[in-house]
Design a protein around this ligand. Sequence first.
Ligand code: TXA
Ligand code: MG
Length: 367
Amino acid sequence: LWQVLPGADDQAARGAIAEAAQLLSGGGVVAFPTETVYGLGADARQTSAVEQVFAAKGRPSDNPLIVHIADESQLEGLVQPVGDTERALMRRFWPGPLTIVMPAVPGAVSPRVTAGLDTVAVRMPQHDVALRLIAAAGCPVAAPSANRSGRPSPTLADHVREDLDGRIDGLVDGGPTGVGLESTVVMVEAPGVVRILRPGGVTAEQLREVVPTVLLDETLAGLDSGQAPSTAAPEQQLHAEPQAAPRSPGMKYAHYAPRGTMLLVNGDASQACDYIQREVAAAAARGEVTGVLTYEEHKHYFTADEVVVCGSLEQLETAAQGLYAALREFDVRGVESIWAEACPSDGIGLALMNRLAKAAANRIVYV
Ligand code: TXA
Ligand code: MG
């Protein structure tokens, strides 16, 4: 374990980064901070190192990993010549929370990284410690989020330790991450046409400032297309399954989930709050340990065993930052039944709703 806060450039920080980089280039697996969530890194070219990442996480091997670079020169030999649209995205959003899926140079990284696909997902994180570590390791760094598979992603070094202690070779503690949700994963379908495979830190609105056409599967927001608030009983509108096959392999897994059973409640805010409080009261009467995931502005509505605030509705970036720690909180408290309040799905809200829906295993109720 090393501690290197962003910007720290003293002897100790430099030594820590050098040691962690040496572990990486020697085939070890090292967790490190990024601006989104902590990643669990391995040299993307070394199959045995990449296999250790899958093993440590307990991750299904058909789910490919993101390759992290510190400099655009690392694209050479990794991906096919970069198109104009990709180039424009890189110029605007790198370093930053945008992952671009591109045609790979065959053999450039271990087939375990791409899960056998002919594309590779690449990003340049906007985090001083991550960039220095990757540069010092001198290799493309494959890194999924540094959590046990299925657990909420880590936004603190403590979360990494909770999940992976004893299963990894090193951990660089860089303090809390910034965005709190993972990067946006995109693929360019044609010049000027981008598809969002996973919503994240770069919003659809921001992408539209650079690319004329931004496509999005509605299921990615945890919303079904054309789903309007309806007058039918909420119980009749449970959506147990996503409606379309996700294109990003990782999107099909139940992720980010707390151990308790979670229901995401969408619709008019005051009706949602009333519905949740009624359900909480009924569950409490059955003897269940109840929890509510809500926002600063609404916390006073609820009387559950655990009322966890992830952030403010007025400032959804704070809710993004706090979501994963909030989900972990329910586990610490042994909460059995959780109701989560939906948020508006514009801006970072799209990624938040996507993660909330996944945490709820797509159990969404419209009130
Ligand atoms: O913010 C992030 O992206 C974090 C930090 C550590 O950088 N990483 C992360 O990695 O979230 P992971 O492995 O948890 O998620 C990778 C996502 C998955 O949804 C995966 O299916 C998708 O990227 N992906 C990776 N390679 C792909 C490819 N070639 N084509 C389509 N999707 C791909
Ligand atoms: Mg992950």
